[in-house]
Design a protein around this ligand. Structure first.
Ligand SMILES: C[S@@+](CC[C@H](N)C(=O)[O-])C[C@H]1O[C@@H](n2cnc3c(N)ncnc32)[C@H](O)[C@@H]1O
Length: 388
């Protein structure tokens, strides 16, 4: 048994990080954090303090779980309605996994519970972020789904069971729950200020300046055009066409700042229908494809193909899932939660680089991956494909 105590290692990391934060607060006249409700909101911390806060949260989470131990740990997860725990219990996965180091493969679990392997993997990888099981060398345990095991329809999601509706989320919101539609819209606006999702990451994350003079960028599902407006301000030689559903475009076009007038145009367009803007230089999609299962993503991509000239770029601004062993436990938990959230709400998914490429290659082998750009601190990556 190792004499090196992880508990002591973590407590000394915690001591070091809290001392750094304490000095930062003291040296900058920022009130110490408290629950008294009287402090003003602290100013955004500089990058190195943000990193210290992240490391502290990670060490605290690990120490908390180690300290709770297996029994109290499971009870806490049970009380906080862990998706992973529910999945494990629903399919008795704990009875399929030996208690020694032999482990069991995802395939074995899939064979015993009869659910699609991809969903079992996603749910079990999420469970692992709650310290239920772990993945060994050859890919070990996992978890999964229920009522529509292989379903690809947007109304075959946990959302539909929870809300007792056969309608996909946005149809349900607009037809039956306008107050929730308004709340969702508010949440999306807040989302733009979420650390890591700032639009500047997209402005700086791709070489927009390398596009030819007067190049056209079609922002598919561009909502109210905020992203295109920021890009148009930063790159005065580019033109943008923002496409979205008619009700979104009606609201959006009224709000265009003068500075970009003439270079940002709005167009009602359903992205499942053939793309009307032909021969553009770039077709840009930010936060679009992760809302849809492969079946629907393929429809979106194939609707684009008749418009593509040779060399046209498809720029996706989406998350590329990272291999769990390459990221911190905290990031891993975040990315697995984002993925399961997509499954629960839209019956869709986040994808890793291989899955993105596979999706495009299935739409047509003429899509070629050009590059994947990751920016430190950004939650979304830039994935560039070229039509050959
Ligand atoms: C998650 S939002 C992303 C908005 C924007 N690209 C961004 O990054 O903030 C998805 C967008 O897709 C639009 N959308 C949904 N279905 C669509 C369709 N069939 N055709 C065109 N746009 C659609 C929605 O109205 C919404 O603005």
């Amino acid at each position: 048994m190792s004499s090196c105590s992880r508990l002591l290692e973590l407590s000394s990391e915690i001591q070091k990080h809290t001392a750094t934060l304490n000095s930062y607060f003291a040296n900058n006249n920022i009130p110490q954090p408290s629950f008294n409700g009287e402090n003003p909101l602290p100013p955004p911390p500089p990058a190195e303090i943000l990193a210290t806060q992240e490391s502290l949260s990670e060490a605290l989470t690990e120490l908390y779980s180690l300290n709770a131990g297996p029994i109290a740990g499971v009870i806490t997860k049970a009380l906080s309605s862990s998706i992973g725990l529910r999945f494990i219990l629903r399919y008795n996965i704990h009875t399929l996994v030996p208690l020694d180091a032999r482990g069991v493969s995802f395939g074995d679990i899939v064979g015993r519970i009869g659910l699609p392997e991809a969903k079992v993997r996603r749910l079990l990888r999420h469970a692992m972020t709650d310290y239920f099981f772990s993945e060994g060398e050859g890919g070990v345990v996992v978890k999964a789904v229920g009522k529509w095991p292989g379903g690809e329809e947007p109304n075959e999601a946990a959302f539909n069971i929870a809300n007792n509706t056969p309608k996909p989320i946005f149809t349900f919101f607009s037809e039956d729950a306008p107050e929730r539609a308004a709340r969702f819209k508010g949440a999306m606006s807040f989302h733009e200020h979420f650390p890591g999702l700032e639009r500047t990451f997209t402005v700086d994350g791709f070489d927009w300046a390398s596009l030819p003079e007067n190049a056209t960028v079609v922002d598919i599902g561009g909502s109210h055009g905020g992203m295109s407006v920021d890009l148009a301000k930063a790159f005065p030689k580019l033109k943008f066409v923002v496409q979205d559903l008619p009700e979104v475009i009606d609201e959006a076009s009224a709000k265009l700042p003068e500075e970009v007038d003439g270079r940002v145009q709005f167009m009602a367009h359903d992205f499942f229908v053939e793309q009307p803007v032909k021969d553009a230089d770039v077709y840009f999609m930010r936060f679009i494809l992760h809302n849809w299962s492969d079946k629907y993503c393929l429809k979106i991509l194939r609707a684009l193909i008749p418009a593509l000239k040779s060399g046209a770029k498809i720029v996706l601004n989406e998350q590329c899932l990272q291999d769990s062993k390459d990221v911190s436990p905290k990031y891993d938990r975040w990315q697995r939660e984002a993925d399961i959230n997509m499954m629960a709400v839209f019956n869709s998914q986040e994808r890793d680089e291989k899955e993105w490429v596979q999706l495009f290659k299935t739409a047509s082998p003429k899509f070629e991956l050009e590059e994947v750009r990751r920016t430190e601190g950004a939650m979304l990556d830039i994935i560039v494909l070229r039509w050959t």
